[in-house]
Write a protein of this length. Structure first.
Length: 59
């Protein structure tokens, strides 16, 4: 194997755990954000239904 390629591969493979950890962290943050948004959406839908019922009751 070419010595230059061996040095590049050793540098890349040494950094692999950090790259994997960074992607895992981004994935976890994204999943948390999706859960947060879904919770807010469900709460807003409940409020909208309650508002619609209240408006219907006023008619």
């Amino acid at each position: 194997m070419d010595p230059v390629l061996a040095e590049i591969y050793s540098t890349v493979l040494g950094a692999a755990p950090f790259v994997i950890a960074a992607y895992a962290l981004i994935f976890l943050v994204l999943c948390g954000y999706v859960v947060f948004i879904m919770t807010k959406l469900k709460r807003t839908e409940k409020k909208l239904v309650a508002l619609e019922e209240h408006v219907d009751a006023l008619k």
